[in-house]
Design a protein around this ligand. Sequence first.
Ligand code: NDP
Length: 244
Amino acid sequence: MEISFAGKRALVTGAGKGIGRATALALASCGAKVIAVTRTQADLNSLVQECESITPVCVDLSDWVATEAALQEVGPIDLLVNNAAYATLQPFLEVTPDQFDLSFTVNVKAVLHLSQIVARGMKARGSGGSIVNVSSQASQCALRDHAVYCATKGALDMLTKVMALELGPYQIRVNTVNPTVVMTKMGRLAWSNPEKAQSMLSRIPLGHFAEVEDVVNSILFLLSDKSNMINGVTLPVDGGFLAC
Ligand code: NDP
């Protein structure tokens, strides 16, 4: 299936590493003008070196005011990928308020904020658009030591559905992808221990983790007009984990 984003302007958060970086590069190679947002300048430098057409924006999305300021000049956006997230591992009884607040600030509040900024522009222009929020299988299935992360992704799924409901009349579609483990920096944090990894692998019918490309392809599909009638869904990219 050929997907072209020629003439479209796309904003990707967490574009410095992992899934976000690969999404930014894939969108650019499909013809989109990409704005890459992340908080580490060195990652943006290497990204622009890899793909000159990408516009870098360096901001910590946990800072509401700084985010607002950083995005003032980015211009109209047709496609938004809310990918940046924070993950921390804490047993439920040891969850600390600082980790709770940071996780919800990045994984939920920043998504709401970015989406408000972008969707207000889409509504004003009457141009419609597509938003993909990168959630997780952890939104729908309990994972040990992931109490706060699971809670943020559950909240993100529900936020997505309400956005789909309220923004649909403006032809703005909002969906999530919900990957299983991907061995990025974040994936390695939780799943590099072979025993732990095996316990997860044994619950995935396909018997392997997702590759970055598996997630990117699903994001591109949901952003594209190939999914024109898909709105408010949570799309597992999990080899069947959530089906069992
Ligand atoms: P990575 O850790 O590889 O990359 C995350 C990117 O987000 C980094 O560039 C990071 O920047 C950036 N980021 C994090 N916090 C902020 C912030 N406050 N402001 C700006 N940028 C920020 O993660 P993945 O690629 O693995 O994850 C991408 C998405 O996929 C996340 O939403 C994650 O929850 C989801 N996901 C991942 C899974 C996995 O197993 N990897 C499984 C299921 C879902 P920096 O490095 O500078 O902090």
